[in-house]
Design a protein around this ligand. Structure first.
Ligand SMILES: Cc1cc2nc3c(=O)[nH]c(=O)nc-3n(C[C@H](O)[C@H](O)[C@H](O)COP(=O)(O)OP(=O)(O)OC[C@H]3O[C@@H](n4cnc5c(N)ncnc54)[C@H](O)[C@@H]3O)c2cc1C
Length: 418
């Protein structure tokens, strides 16, 4: 598996960095020690190689079918399985659990390159990896980890993660789904909405209230397997964008689960979800950057070939300024995202940083897609050109895994704490 070698390379890079003065005590520690090697913006050879491999895969396997999948809302099962065979469905998990042993910067590169061609595929991988699988990895028992992570990391099983409910969106702690203890079992009743991958998932991590009086500490997480009596998927949403990624209802009716399906400590499922979202938001930032880069690349190319008033529109200063602003804001978002990925890889808390990256990258990407479409003029409005789809897909990024308004709340809360 190509990823395995990269994991060894990464371990060597960490040792190299430490030997150069990076003590592992974080950026500020390194600055205090006058060890500038920590401030390294260069991509490692294996990051460059990973980007190339994913880009080639996306061009070869995804690009030719993007519009077919989008228009017919086809979930690309075979492509997801191939991504699993390549190690791309478990990038951030250790090799002993079947993962690729990579970090969040590499994971961001992966999501970015997929989204540059088809945001739906990026979203499928992100929900599977950093929400479902990562919740099991973070909070799971050794038995749960070894039962689920290897199968999820290879895409033998596809995962989904259900927090949102019809009445509990931004206020996710307002969950109404219940799990009541019955002997050794738990019995779930209720329903979730807007679950990515719902209709193709073999495994679902879902949050349910186990002690209403304990508020945020009374919500627990459960692992459900497809085929469990009382557990089914409901309506599949017909969406503006991200149409090749399934979004649907997940329903529980007297769904009986053995105690071993409780994930994490009883009552701590919501708190664990917030930790899961810290990492998930890095992936939505990367998704945003990929979409913005795809739209920018299309606009740059178009501006050089489209002629008006006898010359390419790229020669007009108004278009050049748009391109300059777009490229600059993409790079700024990338730096924020890779920094939060780097901090996560150092086991630092990234609540503020991942929210900043997600907020900035998603809002930047909406603006960039708008400008990319504008540069295409009327042709941007028709489906023969890729910007039309980027423009539709990108809006999810300011909504999923917490809206921009909620990111600002999260960031402000962290700022006011200090
Ligand atoms: C395509 C798609 C995929 C998704 N995938 C998943 C998934 O896999 N799993 C999952 O659990 N969820 C998923 N979601 C749900 C997503 O996380 C929620 O849609 C999102 O958190 C917002 O919740 P809501 O839609 O109920 O909006 P609401 O919470 O009703 O918000 C409506 C508006 O009010 C604003 N608002 C709400 N509260 C405040 C406040 N306190 N201050 C200021 N403004 C506020 C919001 O920012 C927004 O503008 C997905 C959603 C979509 C569209």
């Amino acid at each position: 598996m190509p990823f395995a070698k990269r994991a060894q390379f990464r371990a060597a890079a960490v040792v190299r960095n430490r030997d150069r003065g990076g003590s592992g005590g974080g950026l500020y520690h390194a600055v205090a020690d006058l060890a500038p090697a920590q401030m390294d913006f260069e991509q490692t050879p294996e990051q460059v190689q990973l980007r190339k491999e994913v880009r080639d895969f996306a061009q070869r396997e995804i690009a030719p079918r993007v519009m077919e999948w989008d228009e017919n809302q086809i979930f690309p099962v075979e492509t997801v399985k191939k991504l699993g065979e390549l190690g791309y469905m478990g990038a951030i998990f250790p090799e002993e659990l079947g993962g690729a042993g990579l970090g969040y910067i590499e994971y961001s590169i992966l999501i970015e390159e997929l989204a540059r061609v088809d945001a739906s595929v990026g979203l499928i991988v992100a929900a599977h990896t950093s929400l479902c699988s990562n919740h099991i990895y973070l909070a799971g028992s050794p038995e749960q980890r070894s039962r689920y992570i290897p199968k999820l990391a290879t895409a033998e099983w596809i995962g989904c993660w259900s927090l949102t409910e019809p009445e509990a969106g931004s206020d996710a702690a307002g969950t109404r789904t219940t799990a009541i203890r019955s002997g050794d079992d738990w019995v779930l009743n209720g329903g979730k909405t807007f679950t990515t991958n719902a209709h193709h998932a073999d495994v679902c991590v879902a949050m349910a209230v186990t002690d209403r009086s304990a508020s945020q500490h009374g919500i627990s997480a459960f692992i459900l397997e497809k085929g469990t009596p009382g557990f089914r998927v409901g309506k599949k949403e017909n969406k503006l964008g991200m149409r090749a990624s399934d979004t649907g209802e997940v329903l529980f009716q007297d769904c009986r689960l053995p105690a071993c399906n409780l994930l994490g400590k009883p009552g701590e499922g919501f708190v664990d979800s917030l930790r899961v979202l810290d990492g998930g938001r890095i992936s939505i930032a990367a998704l945003s950057i990929g979409i913005a880069q795809g739209a920018f690349d299309a606009a740059l190319k178009y501006s050089k070939t489209r002629k008006q008033f006898g010359r390419p529109i790229s020669e007009f200063q108004a278009i050049q300024h748009k391109l300059a602003d777009m490229a600059t804001s993409i790079e700024a978002a990338r730096l924020l995202t890779y920094r939060s990925g780097w901090m996560k890889d150092q086991d630092q808390r990234v609540t503020k940083e991942s929210s900043m990256a997600k907020l900035f990258a998603s809002e930047m990407a909406v603006r960039v897609c708008d400008e990319a479409l504008q540069i295409h003029g009327g042709y941007g409005f028709i489906k023969d050109y890729p910007v039309e789809k980027f423009y539709r897909d990108v809006k999810l990024c300011t909504i999923g895994e917490g809206t921009s308004e909620i990111q600002r709340l999260v960031i402000a809360r962290q700022l006011l704490k200090s």
